[in-house]
Design a protein around this ligand. Structure first.
Ligand code: NAD
Length: 410
């Protein structure tokens, strides 16, 4: 498979060319500022030593401190983290929050690790990278297989070296300097984007059919909120496979099931389907919300949805993207569609720094405003320049980052 970083850079180069940026500036925008790779040795519960590799890639800080999640997954590698860090630079620019982009991860299999091992792993990782993160330098957040508990350990470990600094990490528990509405933020933001897109088409969410791949943080909240709005979620899936009901699944019951059992395995609703079948389902909107590289040139011709909204980061390979463009399937790109998470992370950071707490209503109102404006800016640019929404999103983002970079001086 081709490099994930190279895939992102194809879009970056295309946007740089359309904007007429110089080669010098393009180089500065592509290459990460700093890459940290550490070996993390911890004692496992059985007394053996486990050694894991951790990464933090800081891509660009022209618009502010760098920001991006930390992922725990066996497939984490330097190329993927680099790609995800770059996407964060463009994402924060699109929603116009004062951050740059970063990403981190540890190659590990958290499903096979105890809570105590995960805590030791997290603390050791932070002990190794604490000098390069900080509230005004680089602020981690949750991503695949990391949650509010992991963020609480990060905050606590960092504070051992630097004193009280809750703004060093976002996505913390609400009772420990976290923000109301952060956990649901990516899913809710994604629904705000769909609402805005539908408004332009004069289409309601009620009665629209959805299929969602991934039933973790992003997938489950997206499904739940769409269900509450009267959307018909026909299928959902996770790493263990999927469930399908042509009349719509009972999403609250499934969310409850997964809260108790961790996966969809054993849920009795609907009929079992594979992830490949889910991606090819007849439905109005398809939402990938699991891992990257889900749509390839092999399966893109099979997709029957009319709209794809990218909850996951990098779910569409450039080859698949071209096929979707040719087939007239609209794709709302990751750097716009899933930016609700980092937006509420920004609200959390601002609340921590001001030592002032917002209520849930304020978080949702501000999130809606930010997402709707970002959607309209990208959609307007796409119309004016006759491009896809993805190209327009990169154009908007690169324009903003390049301007900041140029004003600071090269
Ligand atoms: P998560 O760990 O909470 O959930 C991941 C889900 O994907 C789980 O249901 C898992 O079973 C499923 N999954 C894993 N491998 C799969 C496979 N091979 N096939 C089908 N399903 C599979 O992670 P998350 O935070 O929901 O993140 C999901 C995606 O959204 C990632 O691409 C992430 O980068 C992106 N994202 C997350 C956030 C956030 O705030 N958490 C923000 C923006 C983007």
């Amino acid at each position: 498979m081709s490099s994930a970083f190279e895939s992102v850079n194809r879009y970056v180069r295309e946007a740089a060319r359309l904007l007429g940026l110089s080669d010098r500036l393009e180089k500065l925008l592509i290459n990460p500022d700093r890459e940290v790779k550490v070996e993390i040795a911890i004692e496992m519960d059985n007394g053996e030593i486990g050694v894991f590799t951790g990464y933090r890639v800081q891509h660009n800080d022209a618009r502010g401190p760098m920001k991006g999640g930390i992922r725990y997954h066996p497939t984490v590698n330097d190329d993927d983290v680099r790609a995800l860090a770059s996407l964060m630079t463009w994402k924060t620019a699109i929603v116009n929050i004062p951050f740059g982009g970063a990403k981190g991860g540890i190659a590990c299999d958290p499903k096979r690790m105890s809570e105590a091992e995960l805590e030791r792993l997290t603390r050791r990782f932070i002990a190794k990278i604490h000098e390069v993160i900080g509230p005004y330098q680089d602020i981690p957040a949750p991503d695949v297989n990391t949650n509010a508990q992991v963020m609480a350990w990060i905050m606590d470990e960092y504070s051992k070296f630097h004193g009280f600094a809750p703004a060093v990490v976002t996505g913390k528990p609400v009772d420990l300097f976290g923000s109301e509405g952060r956990e649901e933020a990516t899913g809710r933001g994604l629904v705000y984007i769909i609402e805005e897109h539908f408004k332009a088409l004069g289409k309601p969410i009620r009665g629209t059919t959805f299929a969602i791949q991934g039933f973790g943080n992003v997938g489950s909240y997206t499904a739940l909120i769409l269900h509450e709005l009267g959307g018909k979620v026909l299928a959902v899936s996770d790493v263990t496979g999927g469930l399908y009901n042509p009349d719509g699944l009972d999403i609250p019951a499934l969310v409850d099931f997964v809260r108790r059992n961790r996966t969809l395995q054993g849920a009795t609703q609907g009929t079992r389907i594979t992830n490949a079948e889910l991606l090819a389902l007849e439905c109005d909107v398809l939402i990938p919300a699991a891992l990257g590289d889900v749509f390839t040139k092999e399966n893109a011709p099979e997709v029957r949805a009319k709209l794809i909204v990218e909850g996951a980061n990098g779910p569409t390979t450039p080859e698949a993207d071209e096929i979707f463009n040719q087939r007239g399937i609209t794709v709302i790109p990751d750097i716009l569609a899933n930016a609700g998470g980092v937006t509420v992370s920004y609200f959390e950071w601002a609340q921590n720094i001001q030592q002032f707490k917002w209520d849930l209503e304020r978080v949702r109102t501000e999130l809606q405003r930010v997402m709707a404006r970002a959607y309209r800016e990208v959609a307007t640019l796409a119309r004016e320049k006759h491009t896809s929404l993805r190209t327009a999103a990169f154009l908007l983002a690169l324009g903003r980052v390049a301007k900041a970079r140029a004003m600071r001086g090269i």
